[in-house]
Design a binder for this molecule. Structure first.
Ligand code: SAM
Ligand code: SF4
Ligand code: SF4
Length: 338
């Protein structure tokens, strides 16, 4: 394996996030606002999506020749991609992958959890921003209550998967839900991770004063349930880890806005149409589908990918610390996943 593929800031590539569809059954206002992603919105046609075979070939190259060890399947809503378990199965057969996980809104897990587990998926992260039906229905833009998501979490657990929960915290929207969520998931074995609201894409109208900072999240929980920091599991881990004092019950905080972690960022994102993005906030991706479909050899694909990574110098979140009003076009989150 070639572990020497590092970018301009000496960061390796370890974590590949693969979006398998740009479609979603939710319209979370921070990600795919319904006003923009309406009935006339043109999603990618099937012929433009990478096939499972194309994804698997790329993953093989990324793992064997570039140093990738972790894969996360995401979207859009990944479970809207037909027969997703077949992709999991194909990737499970690739030697050298240490971890395959998926991020989902959870509502289709009751239908697919067993199938996915049997195909080899060990872990899912389920997104849930509130325990209040009305509020959650507003956030997801579809009026869907929390029960379908809780059913999804249970289905994943019953199928034998490890479950994490992602909560995007927005000031003035759901910061009141931090404590109820912490209480609810404490003791369940599911690690709850709070995510600072980010300025991904160009359509969510992000403002800095809508961010509820990491520090305040910790203070709020700590007052009721004292916390202590714990070491990262590995270099480049996205979430800062804490545990409830005197227990091994853990929570995480992903603070891309107030405490940027670009210096250890070892993640790349592959969009559903086969573009490689070297940063969540990139304006442009590098097309891998065209060379794949026009018969590029493995060697040519590896050279292409290695060159893309060698020239990477992204550090958007660190730049934003100095200028919270950076104006530049960015790819939409639903295109490349979280
Ligand atoms: N549909 C799946 C889901 O919601 O879990 C997977 C894709 S979604 C884009 C991946 C993660 O990104 C979710 O946990 C979601 O809450 C998070 N996310 C989306 N927009 C965000 C934003 N503006 N700021 C922070 N997190 C965001
Ligand atoms: Fe869909 Fe996930 Fe985006 Fe919500 S966050 S709109 S569930 S892709
Ligand atoms: Fe990585 Fe870009 Fe996020 Fe920085 S802003 S941590 S480089 S994805």
């Amino acid at each position: 394996m070639n572990n020497k593929v590092i970018d301009k800031l000496k960061r390796p590539l370890r974590d590949l996030r693969i979006s398998v569809t740009d479609r979603c059954n939710f319209r979370c206002h921070y990600c795919m606002p319904a006003e923009i992603f309406g009935p006339d919105f043109e999603f990618l046609k099937k012929s433009k999506l990478l096939t499972f075979e194309e994804i698997t070939r790329l993953v093989q190259l990324f793992v064997k020749q570039v140093g990738v060890k972790k894969i996360r399947i995401t979207g859009g809503e990944p479970l809207m991609r037909k027969d997703l378990h077949k992709l999991i199965q194909q990737m499970n057969d690739i030697e050298g992958i240490e971890d395959i996980a998926m991020t989902t809104n959870g509502v289709l897990l009751p239908k697919y959890a067993t199938q996915l587990k049997e195909a080899g998926l060990q872990r899912v992260t389920v997104s849930l921003d509130s325990l209040d039906d009305e509020k959650f229905g507003k956030i997801n833009g579809r009026g869907i209550g929390i029960q379908p998501v809780l059913d999804g979490i249970n289905a994943a657990e019953n199928a034998g998967m490890k479950v994490k929960i992602n909560m995007v915290v927005q000031k003035g929207v759901n910061e009141q839900d931090i404590l109820p969520m912490a209480r609810f998931f404490r003791g369940t074995g599911h690690i709850l991770r709070f995510i600072e609201y980010m300025d991904v894409g160009n359509s969510n109208g992000w403002k800095l004063d809508e961010v509820f900072p990491k520090k305040e999240i910790i203070t709020r929980i700590h007052k009721e349930m004292p916390l202590e920091p714990i070491d990262p599991n590995y270099r480049g881990e996205v979430a800062a880890r804490y545990r409830y004092k005197g227990t091994d019950e853990e929570i995480g905080i992903i603070s891309s806005v107030t405490d940027a972690f670009c210096s250890t960022c070892n993640r790349a994102r592959l969009s559903a149409e086969g573009k490689l993005y070297t940063c969540l906030f990139s304006a442009k991706g590098h097309d891998l589908r065209e060379p794949l479909r026009s018969g590029a050899s493995d060697k040519e694909m590896i050279d292409l990918i290695q060159n893309i990574w060698h020239t990477r110098d992204d550090r958007y979140s660190e730049e934003r610390l100095n200028n919270t009003n950076i104006q530049r076009p960015k790819v939409e989150m639903s295109h490349i996943g979280g």
